[in-house]
Design a binder for this molecule. Structure first.
Ligand code: SF4
Ligand code: SF4
Length: 327
């Protein structure tokens, strides 16, 4: 039997009662309390569903399926459009992208990230049919996709609320969900982790936008790079090439893309690194040998100049292993 409910946000929740064992995990893990156990799980608040698939992922017998409804596809239909990106800025982004890829040998595109502030005109960027986590959209952009995602295209309640699209669900704000996921030892530790990360005010952002830097349709706020540690090391050095400044990176293993790669560079004006997080490693194709860096766009000219200088001698000599002992 299938129980189906459609909601205004645009998700349908299917529970296969022939498979369901009434274990209650879906009720416990749903960050916004969609389910109540009443002779099996009932979707009593389907209108609150974010389509995050946490319930489906935790169900031991794969009895749950979450499906986007056509209601979600009407997002932003009547919204004012932004002017196209200034050709000079576009050319600058293309050149930055070329230097980054040529000097570092990046496999993937550097990604331009921007947030559409509440009520602001919309850039000409496609809204995906599917719901995605912010980290998944960033990984898709490094492979060439441009994506604009309003709240009802975001599938991760954590990233969506951190980036200011929605209020933070209570189970996340209280730290309760992190304990269920065995990510932290105690509620106190979970609360500290939540407290120490930046978070934008709810509903101050209408959409996230990601695109290959060379194809960005609107001004970037942060450039994100997914690369191997050696490549990230050169970016760190490129940023310091003219100043010698050592970096105070803020990397925790929590909220890799939304906090560490995007929001911290955006709010501090400094580069930041990330080792990835449970969420992005479990839900995207980011390589085990990759990490990330977020660069505030205002630092990009200095990063690119520094990288070009390092690319003349330091990078090729290091890659040639000139100090390798003669075993
Ligand atoms: S998809 Fe997410 S928000 Fe929706 S019912 Fe499942 S756990 Fe709850
Ligand atoms: S997690 Fe799966 S098996 Fe457990 S109550 Fe929910 S639907 Fe049923």
């Amino acid at each position: 039997m299938t129980n189906m409910s459609e909601n205004e946000v645009g998700y349908m929740i299917h529970v296969n009662r022939d498979l369901c064992t009434s274990c209650g995990l879906c009720e416990a893990f749903c960050p916004v309390n969609v389910f109540e156990m009443n002779d099996g799980p009932q979707a009593v608040r389907p209108e609150d569903c974010w389509g995050c698939e946490t319930c489906a992922g935790q169900c031991p017998v794969h009895a749950i399926r979450i499906e986007a409804s056509s209601a979600a596809k009407a997002a932003f239909a009547d919204r004012e459009k932004a002017a196209p990106l200034d050709p000079e800025i576009k050319a600058r982004y293309k050149e930055w992208s070329r230097v980054l890829r040529d000097v570092l040998g990046l496999r993937w595109h550097p990604v331009a990230i921007s947030l559409v502030k509440a009520g602001a005109p919309l850039p000409d960027v496609p809204i995906p049919e599917e719901r995605l986590r912010f980290c998944q959209s960033l990984m898709a952009a490094r492979r060439g996709r441009s994506l604009m995602m309003p709240a009802n295209r975001h599938a991760c309640p954590d990233g969506t609320s951190i980036l200011g699209l929605t209020p933070m669900p209570e189970k996340l704000a209280s730290g309760e969900l992190y304990i269920l996921f065995h990510k932290l030892d105690s509620v106190e530790a979970a609360k500290r982790m939540v407290h120490e990360r930046p978070c934008l005010e709810p509903r101050t952002v209408d959409a996230t936008v990601v695109a290959p830097l060379s194809e960005a349709a609107c001004e970037a706020e942060v450039v994100a790079i997914v690369a191997q540690p050696e490549q990230i090391m050169w970016l760190s050095m490129a940023t310091s090439y003219y100043t010698g400044h050592r970096h105070d990176f803020h990397a925790s293993g929590y909220n890799a893309q939304c906090v560490e790669t995007t929001l911290l560079p955006m709010t501090t004006g400094e580069i930041n690194i990330s080792f990835g997080c449970y969420g992005c490693r479990a839900s995207s194709d980011v390589g085990d040998d990759c990490m990330m860096m977020g660069i505030p766009v205002e630092l990009m000219p200095q990063v690119i100049k520094g990288l070009e200088e390092l690319g003349k001698k330091a990078i090729p000599q290091s890659r040639d292993k000139i100090y390798l002992p003669p075993f």
